[in-house]
Design a protein around this ligand. Structure first.
Ligand code: HEC
Ligand code: HEC
Length: 484
């Protein structure tokens, strides 16, 4: 039925600077194909009520920009799969947070509906990490609502992370508006990542922390599922290997993408390649399209990252739908090729390539979002674009002050990112490059939900990299992102 070209092993994750385009090792393709066949499930006659719409292999859902679709390559995951079972002690399942009807994440709108419908008793609002801090009172409905403000307004879950012994920094101060001021276990607040299109990942988790000890995305996803059961689901014991592989087999065949825009109509019309059905065929090769390979100027990808809307790039005139398609096409071209002066990005501009310091790199959006038609990065690439920087922090997020043990220098941030796990000063504020498909279905954006809309995302980049976008370029980039 499909050509399973996704590559699950990240053979080249160790160094993004090395030109490295490992072909798919035959064993892992076989492994993946057999994993997929195990996952085949007969479509269920009666799906659980809260997953009403996710009932067929190709399901269509509305979102603010139009419609997105989910394609379950092996049929619908049955409600008996452990992904949808409460494996711990607090009645939560993976689907409690990764809702298949909401792009396998959860929207603030739906969270508010869930809070109201359940009087706050829906397990997602458990104090363990569903409120801003476990110590906050949930005694009354009003108190519980206030305590859940970050989940209700931005879809954020509290994550407590303990920097390792021997970290290069001291935690000088934790200013947390909700009382979670521990300096040993730091509370940060993160968006629920979608559990779809996972075949395009090079790192698991916003800060890549599940990928630090393994170069295999499959292994990282198995460990991640185990940690989610003992963490979010408050399980006393880790799940068995069989349970973990059943979860993995449920996650990996899910593909999600925008299929129509209310402005532009079907995203596979007029020879375009948008929509969900092209995704399972989309190859993902670790290390491919490397902007540091020497095959193009440093920072520029050898091939365009996105080619879904090439046929629309030269459209002009016509009715409003054609004009909207032309805007999507122009946005794709800008994403691939508009020069951006990248400076001050830890993980990029502090690196040296072939003896040359990369202090300033003239790149594009695709320098970081280089995976063809997916928008993640094809190698392990964690960078600090400044989303967690103190100067853009809003007062609902914590302010954490770290000081460098060696130099005494200090940094303030709302989320130290990768540094919380590695303990390295250079890793402060580093996050992974997320997959950019199905964006319209999953606002708000960035690890901390700080961009409420795609407009806000583009505003962020325009300011951060002094892009001086024209109003038309801004609108075209937003139209393109909303069509993914
Ligand atoms: C309480 C809500 C909640 C529950 C329950 C939950 N998750 Fe998550 N999940 C999250 C959040 C929040 C993140 C992002 C955390 C981070 O990156 O620090 C996440 C991240 C992930 C990721 C990483 C995706 C990526 O792009 O890196 C996967 C995979 C995942 N979860 C799978 C699961 C599975 C499997 C289960 C059930 C065993 C589960 N989750 C249960 C909230 C939840
Ligand atoms: C220097 C690398 C880099 C460049 C250049 C870059 N991005 Fe990103 N992008 C990232 C990282 C890293 C994140 C995650 C940041 C976070 O949440 O802290 C991200 C997140 C995003 C997201 C949010 C996705 C989500 O799931 O929330 C969108 C949309 C996006 N980028 C679009 C763009 C566009 C459009 C451009 C060009 C104007 C661009 N990016 C340029 C690295 C980059």
């Amino acid at each position: 039925m499909r050509n399973l070209t996704l590559v699950m092993t990240a053979a080249c994750v160790a160094s993004w600077l090395t030109a490295c385009s490992a072909p798919l090792p035959p064993a892992s393709q076989a492994e993946r194909a057999s994993a997929i066949s195990v996952a085949v499930a007969a479509p269920v006659a009666t799906p659980p009520s809260d997953f009403g719409s996710y009932a067929t292999a190709l399901s269509v859902f509305g979102d603010p920009a139009g419609q997105w679709s989910n394609f379950a390559a092996n049929g619908v995951v049955p409600p008996t799969n452990p992904f949808f079972l409460a494996l711990g002690s607090n009645k939560r399942t993976c689907g409690t947070c990764h809702n298949p009807n909401n792009g396998w994440t959860e929207s603030p709108t739906n969270l508010n509906n869930r809070f109201t419908a359940s009087n706050g008793n829906d397990p997602i609002f458990a104090s363990i990490d569903g409120t801003n801090c476990p110590s906050l009172s949930t005694a009354t409905l009003a108190a519980h609502r206030t305590a859940s403000s970050l989940l209700l307004t931005k879809g954020l879950i509290r994550i407590g992370l303990t920097p390792p012994n021997g970290a290069e920094f001291l935690v000088l101060a934790v200013n947390n508006p909700y009382g979670c001021t521990s300096q040993s276990q730091i509370s940060v607040y993160r968006r629920i990542s979608p559990t779809t299109n996972l075949g395009f990942l090079s790192n698991v988790m916003w800060d890549g922390r599940e990928s630090l000890t393994t170069s295999s995305v499959q292994q990282a996803l198995l460990t991640q599922a185990s940690d989610a059961v003992t963490g979010h689901e408050a399980g006393a014991v880790a799940p068995t290997a069989a349970t973990l592989s059943a979860i993995y087999n449920a996650e990996i065949p899910q593909f999600s993408a925008q299929t129509t825009l209310s402005t532009a109509g079907a995203l596979n019309g007029t020879n375009a390649q948008g929509g969900v059905l092209t995704l399972p065929q989309q190859s993902f090769t670790p290390g491919s399209n490397n902007p540091f390979s020497g095959k193009a100027p440093i920072g520029v990808t050898p091939s365009p990252a996105f080619t879904l809307f090439s046929a629309w790039e030269s459209l002009s005139g016509g009715n409003s739908a054609l004009l909207a398609r032309a805007s999507v096409g122009r946005g794709e071209k800008l994403f691939n090729s508009l020069p951006i002066t990248l400076t001050g990005v830890a993980g990029l501009n502090d690196q040296v390539l072939n003896g040359k310091a990369l202090t300033t790199v003239t790149g594009t959006c695709a320098t970081c979002h280089n995976a063809p038609n997916a928008g993640s990065h094809t190698t392990s690439f964690l960078v600090n674009t400044g989303v967690a920087a103190a100067n853009v922090r809003t007062s609902d997020l914590p302010l954490i002050t770290l000081s460098n043990r060696a130099t005494g220098g200090t940094v303030q941030t709302s989320d130290p990112g990768l540094a919380l796990t590695t303990g390295k000063w250079a890793d402060i504020g580093k996050f992974k490059v997320p997959v950019l498909r199905n964006l319209s279905a999953r606002a708000p954006y960035f690890h901390n939900g700080s961009a409420a809309t795609l407009d806000d995302v583009v505003n962020f980049y325009n300011a951060r990299f002094a892009m001086k976008l024209t109003a038309q370029q801004h609108a075209d980039l937003v139209a393109f992102l909303s069509a993914l």
